[in-house]
Design a protein around this ligand. Structure first.
Ligand code: TXA
Ligand code: MG
Length: 350
């Protein structure tokens, strides 16, 4: 199959809409990451998403809508959802709501809830409006790889597999939406994203964060969000997070880089803009400013993909405090590193 990459104009949106109505797959930009869409009411089309991504069948999908009236055909709407929709839709908030039987099992992996979100990206909104179907869309990467934040990333993973990628430039937020469970008492963040805990709490009071957000699932622990079970966001090389006081981290990165390079590994560091100069001999990649986790979120997945392009084998990365958007960043970075981390002061005394 030939895969076409086209900027969004009227003709392309009409074509995409026709493909979706026929049960085919279309990749499209959202404000978070690119999605791989199919008609959520067509079970076969939804199964094609799992095949294209190589995604385990027990990992449910998010349904995308452009208009709240569509909810009636998808789910029950708990009272608390109204407030959250008023505050955060359209935008990077996904809510789990009790599903209706119109939604095929393939979408929800047989769960009793369905994840729904209304994206704010103008291209996503225009496409959803034009086809007027609920669209199931996971991130448009091969399962396990970093999510795509440009059309070129989608092409890397989906060339020859899907007919159309709509190019809407680079995604603003850069990490996926916040997944919030509102069906079990106190709302609980299963996956942190563009809408932060603090933002949610201003609207609905107390919000919990699932324990597995910043650590691996423990033996016997049930995944609240099946996606958390899988290896995720990983480049082919081994990522190690370096924690500690700022100047010690910089010194430790130099030492770790020199050590790994001397051992013959293709090595790189992921560091803040402020440390690029100090680390200029360590094949540095800029992940944004130290004080702006939004910048780190925006370029994180692109940086991880470039590590594969450059065939890096050993990657050492700085970390951000797990607060605000930093929580979403550390949730992804932790998984990219398979939770492997070292303390800078220990590295320096070894
Ligand atoms: O920003 C985003 O959310 C992007 C764009 C394309 O909208 N989509 C996205 O989809 O990230 P995906 O499939 O890569 O991630 C969906 C996450 C998975 O971790 C999945 O397990 C969880 O949401 N999820 C979906 N339905 C669920 C449900 N009913 N219960 C618990 N977790 C659910
Ligand atoms: Mg994904």
């Amino acid at each position: 199959m030939e895969t076409r990459v086209s900027s969004a104009d009227e003709a392309v949106l009409a074509e995409a809409s026709r493909l979706l109505a026929e049960g085919q797959l279309v990749a499209f930009p959202t404000e978070t990451v690119y999605g791989l869409g199919a008609n959520a009411l067509n079970a076969q089309a939804v199964l094609n998403i799992f095949a294209a991504k190589g995604r385990p069948a027990d990992n449910p999908l998010i349904v995308h809508i452009w208009n709240r009236e569509q909810l009636a055909g998808i789910c029950e709407v708990p009272e608390i959802a109204e407030k959250l929709m008023d505050a955060f839709w359209p935008g990077p908030l996904t809510m789990l709501m009790p599903r209706k039987s119109t939604i095929p099992d393939a979408v929800t992996a047989g769960l009793s809830t369905v994840a729904v979100r209304m994206p704010s990206h103008p291209v996503a909104a225009a496409l959803l409006k034009q086809c007027n179907l609920p669209i199931a869309a996971p991130s448009a990467n091969r399962s396990g790889k970093p999510s795509p934040t440009t059309a070129a990333h989608v092409l890397e993973d989906m060339q020859g597999i899907i007919p159309l990628i709509i190019d809407g430039g680079s995604c603003d937020v850069g990490v996926e939406s916040t997944v919030l469970d509102i069906c079990n008492g106190t709302p609980c963040i299963l996956r942190p994203g563009g809408v932060t805990k603090n933002m949610l709490e201003k609207v609905v009071g107390e919000v919990k964060v699932a324990g597995s957000v910043l650590r691996p699932l423990q033996a016997g622990e049930k995944a609240l969000s099946p996606g958390m079970r899988y290896k995720h966001y990983s480049p082919d090389g081994q990522v190690t997070l370096v924690e500690g006081e700022e100047q010690q981290v910089v010194a430790a990165l130099v030492k770790l880089y020199q050590h790994a390079s001397a051992a013959g590994h293709r090595t790189s560091v992921m560091c803040f803009t402020e440390h690029m100069e100090a680390l200029k001999d360590c094949h540095p990649h800029d992940i944004g400013s130290r004080d702006k986790p939004e910048e780190v979120a925006h370029c994180l997945f692109d940086t991880l993909r470039r590590m594969d392009e450059e065939k890096m084998e050993a990657i050492f990365s700085e970390v951000v405090p797990p607060e605000g958007m930093g929580l979403a960043v550390m949730n992804r970075l932790g998984r990219a590193a398979a939770f492997r981390s070292v303390q800078a002061d220990q590295v320096l005394t070894e």
